[in-house]
Design a protein around this ligand. Structure first.
Ligand code: HEC
Length: 192
């Protein structure tokens, strides 16, 4: 029998092949535990970092920035080693993103001092004249809303109140965002 002369048989065989392939590539990693990652070495978010992350989400930063370095030579040359499961193991939700109008931020915390971020967030154009990133100066004037911090930390299972609970006193939204940015790339304990 010539399979490609019989469309019905061909479709059935193609469907079976794709189905088997999908099942194997989905279920073997799922049950072999390859996708489960230990969070033992991950530094949990501090209260301030978590609030900063929420501001990052609220302001839609991930519409322009990814947080995942792909294993391609030109990416690792620019951004550092490629992202691994551990890097976003405690992120709920992850912010890998898919749009890269601006650079990837997965490791930006190891790139600049905090003061640079304060100036850049206030006016990206003061750092890069032709930057098309919008400025966010008002974040520096808005007091951080900490009413739900403890609740969020509890739901996400991060330790609270840790010694960092008092870090929140008198902080602005800008402080929280910068503290979050300074953490990116330092998820694994012991990263300088
Ligand atoms: C309209 C797209 C856009 C949005 C929205 C945006 N950015 Fe950017 N961002 C850029 C571009 C383009 C650059 C590169 C030029 C520059 O540094 O200003 C950049 C650069 C950066 C850098 C420096 C990265 C590096 O490696 O030098 C950081 C940090 C950053 N953005 C953080 C943020 C944060 C935090 C937000 C949300 C509050 C945000 N961005 C929103 C486009 C955007």
């Amino acid at each position: 029998m010539n399979v490609d002369k019989n469309p019905v048989i061909f479709i059935i065989l193609a469907a079976i092949t794709i189905l088997v392939g999908t099942l194997i590539t989905t279920f073997i990693p799922l049950f072999a535990g390859i996708t489960a990652v230990s969070t033992e070495n991950i530094r949990p978010y501090t209260a301030l970092e978590l609030e900063g992350r929420d501001i990052y989400i609220r302001e839609g930063c991930n519409n322009c920035h990814t947080q995942t370095v792909r294993p391609l030579p030109f990416e690792t040359a620019r951004y550092g080693s490629y992202s691994e499961l551990e890097d976003s193991a405690i992120d709920r939700p992850h912010l890998w993103g898919s749009k890269r109008t601006g650079p990837d931020l997965a490791r930006v915390g190891t790139k600049y001092p905090a003061q640079w971020h304060y100036m850049h967030m206030k006016s990206p154009q003061s750092m890069y004249k032709r930057s098309n990133m919008p400025p966010y100066p008002w974040l520096g004037d808005r007091k951080l809303d900490t009413r739900y911090t403890a609740k969020k930390m509890k739901v996400l299972d991060y330790p609270f109140p840790g010694k960092d609970a008092k870090d929140l006193d008198g902080k602005t939204e800008m402080d929280a965002l910068v503290s979050y940015l300074m953490r990116l790339g330092k998820e694994v304990k012991g990263t300088p």
